[in-house]
Design a protein around this ligand. Structure first.
Ligand code: IMP
Ligand code: MG
Length: 421
């Protein structure tokens, strides 16, 4: 069975927890795009794990893979492996495989990401982790791949050619070119440490599927941060939608059995770009506080707003979900009434689907429907029927908007706070 799981909004939907819950059913959990711009929080018992690169299936017996479409900062990855080792979880090469073709985020990518953002008149609000510049080098075929990082001669050959070019680029952007050569020795060491983890991810996955195994592809970020179909230019540099998993992992689309969309019961965004239902006042503060809406990667406060049905409809089209996991329903407790944006008004017309361009989306005024809230503590509910009627109605409404069943409802951050319908 091949399952793809993606975020349906702007990332931070709570994918990490859903993957942690699902992954006991899977033999392999694989990341297919993005890099350590992502931040996934997994809570088990009293322990909180904040992951940026390792797949969220890390706490189960599943084999973990990082596909060739991911951009990897090797220092961050080794830091994560060490953090887990300190907590008693060993990430051996039997547990984790990384594709030979995975692009490496170099120190100059991070520097260029920061310098470029400083110069932009319209900021994107990047996480400044070098993601975009690592992807630029992949597309321009000037990347350093893990296989080369792990091969001393190949690595120094590439650096001899690239270093002067990258130094000039950094000078052009007004930065200090010293960063280009400073990191090289550390990076060669990282390469040697990561060498035993190298694998052919597409081959491993197709073999696993061929022999009846279960594979879960874990998306990072969300539909509206997709490089092509998202709210350009306020997007990340990879394909975040379900089709991206096939492309990045080298698995044919006819192999896909399930596409799970993770949808938060309200909406958040971190960084710049349009967010029609954003609540600057009280409601926004309530959602941010109750939902702990601060970036896992950057610590930035997330912008919060009411559920946005037009954006949800687009995410459903882009991904063709077979089911939905609705997260953070408990955060809405005590908000009465709850508002749902069902349509937008744009140029005196009502529309139920987002306009294609961000500049038009930014001009949309949300039209809200008010629904009844609830005051009961729902974080202890174990079954759907334990939820108050108003909460059940809210879940059903999400399913109607997305035109697909909500099969899981997350009602708290802990592993056992999950209702399966
Ligand atoms: P970049 O991916 O660091 O270039 O950032 C581009 C945009 O995507 C910025 O608005 C970031 O805040 C946003 N972004 C990147 N990764 C994530 C994520 O994992 N969750 C939420 N937003 C993200
Ligand atoms: Mg996150």
């Amino acid at each position: 069975m091949f399952t793809i799981l993606t975020g349906a909004q702007f990332g931070d939907e709570g994918k990490g927890k859903i993957i942690d819950v699902l992954s006991s059913d899977y033999d392999v959990v694989v990341r297919f795009q993005g890099g350590n711009n992502a931040g996934h929080t997994v809570i088990v018992g009293d322990d909180t794990y904040k992951l940026h690169l390792l797949p969220s299936g890390v706490l189960t017996d599943a084999r973990l893979l990082i596909g060739p479409g991911v951009v990897v900062d090797p220092g961050v990855l080794l830091g994560e492996i060490k953090m887990l080792a300190d907590m008693g979880i060993k990430i051996t090469p039997e547990k984790l495989g990384i594709d030979a073709k995975t692009s490496i985020i170099m120190p100059y990518h991070i520097e260029m990401d920061k310098l470029r953002e400083q110069k932009r008149e319209k900021k994107i609000g990047t996480t400044a982790r070098g993601i975009g510049f690592a992807y630029i080098d992949k597309i321009s075929r000037d990347e350093v791949r893990l296989a080369e990082l792990a091969d001393k001669d190949a690595f120094s050959e590439i650096m001899n050619e690239l270093a002067p070019q990258r130094e000039r680029a950094i000078i052009d952007l007004g930065g200090d070119p010293g960063v280009v050569r400073e990191g090289i020795l550390d990076y060669a060491r990282y390469g040697a440490t990561l060498k035993p983890y190298i694998t052919d991810v597409s081959y491993e996955l197709n073999r696993a599927l061929d022999s009846g195994g279960n594979v879960l592809a874990e998306g990072a970020q969300g539909a509206h941060l997709d490089i092509i179909h998202g709210t350009q230019k306020y997007v990340t540099s990879s394909s975040t939608i379900a089709g991206g998993a096939c492309t990045y992992l080298g698995i044919g689309p006819t192999m896909v059995d399930q596409v799970i969309g993770v949808v938060k019961a309200y909406i958040t965004r971190v960084g710049e770009g349009p967010l029609p239902t954003e609540q600057a006042g009280d409601a926004g503060d309530r959602l941010r506080d109750a939902g702990g809406e601060f970036g896992t990667t950057t610590g930035r406060p997330r912008r919060c707003g009411w559920f946005d049905a037009p954006l949800a409809r687009k995410a459903a089209y882009l991904n063709a979900y077979t089911s939905i996991a609705l997260t953070k329903l408990d955060v809405l407790t005590g908000l009465n009434p709850i508002r749902i944006c069902t349509e937008y008004e744009l140029d005196n017309e009502r529309i139920d689907y987002p306009p294609e361009l961000s500049s038009d989306l930014a001009r949309c005024t949300p039209i809200y429907e008010e629904v009844e809230g609830w005051d009961q503590d729902i974080s202890v509910a174990g079954m759907f029927s334990d939820l108050p009627d108003a909460a059940q109605d809210y879940v059903r409404k999400m399913g109607e908007i997305l035109k697909v069943d909500v099969k899981m409802v997350s009602n708290g951050p802990k592993r056992n706070q999950i209702i399966v319908r």
